[in-house]
Design a protein around this ligand. Structure first.
Ligand SMILES: [Zn+2]
Length: 271
């Protein structure tokens, strides 16, 4: 599932490719991808240009002339930017026909992704009840402490909660806990001020680094490869069950925390 860095990569790739392109027609082939009335969706977007490209959490926000097109990739959503004569894949569900004779195609093998139109003046600060972006200066250790103090359950659950910090998913939550040196099961109530400082530093460093890795991938993308936003992740613990911890050599353990498969080093990460 794409997390913040992958969504950012997709967004910057698309910005490079389709900025200022006008939508001249839309073909919706699986109507549940589009929330609300499909004809209204088409009527609103046809004739509009892709003006600006923003992200909130894991949402792509295409700022059009008179509205915002919101897209969430969920598990498997991908965009392809192709010539109009390219054969349409069976997993392509929405086709935006552009004024330059190219097409932006939304592909989703699992059909979980969603698109919707919002008014241009939508308040992005409170959008979808999302918490602060990782680099928001309002995200301070005092803020984290005040939220976590009132929260039940493990720290990993808080990291996955999009209303706490926006954009973190299962992979990066494990990596952040590892970098913090904190057991993912540690109760939110027991998270210290120091843990909160480490949490913010770890979150920013890990996500920034992942975006930079994605950025290097962008340059090698071609339209025929599509835009998956997936790149070689630099992971220390996630998905590494029984491999040795890169810091201390202890085998990485896999457990279930907050209903998700969770990887951690039982020696480096303290409860
Ligand atoms: Zn270790």
């Amino acid at each position: 599932m794409p997390e913040l860095p992958e969504v950012e990569t997709v967004l910057r790739t698309l910005e490079h490719q389709i900025q200022k392109q006008k939508i001249i027609d839309i073909d919706i082939r699986w109507d549940r991808i589009v929330q609300g009335d499909n004809d209204e969706f088409k009527q609103t977007l046809i004739g509009q240009e892709f003006v600006d490209f923003k992200r909130r959490g894991k949402y792509l926000l295409f700022i059009m002339n008179d509205c915002i097109l919101v897209s969430h990739l969920r598990m498997e959503g991908k965009y392809f930017y192709v010539d109009k004569d390219t054969p349409v894949d069976k997993h392509t569900h929405v086709i935006f026909k552009l004024s330059n004779n190219l097409e932006l195609r939304y592909n989703d093998t699992r059909k979980f992704g969603r698109m919707e139109i919002l008014p241009k003046d939508t308040d992005l600060d409170t959008f979808k009840n999302l918490g602060y972006e990782p680099w928001d200066e309002r995200l301070t250790s005092a803020y984290c402490k005040s939220v976590l103090r009132k929260r039940t359950g493990p720290i990993k659950g808080a990291l996955l909660d999009q209303s706490f910090i926006a954009g973190i998913g299962n992979i990066y939550a494990d990596e952040i806990c590892f970098k913090m040196g904190v057991d993912p099961r540690k109760a939110c109530k027991k998270i210290t001020k120091k843990n909160c400082e480490d949490l913010i530093i770890a979150t920013r460093e890990i996500l920034q680094r992942a975006i930079e890795c994605g950025g290097t991938t962008i340059r090698s993308y071609t339209s025929s490869l599509g835009i998956t936003g997936l790149f070689q992740l630099e992971v220390y613990v996630h998905g590494k069950k029984d491999e040795v911890c890169p810091v201390c050599g202890t085998p990485i353990k896999k457990i279930r925390v907050a209903t998700r498969g969770t990887y951690f080093c039982p020696n480096c990460q303290k409860r």
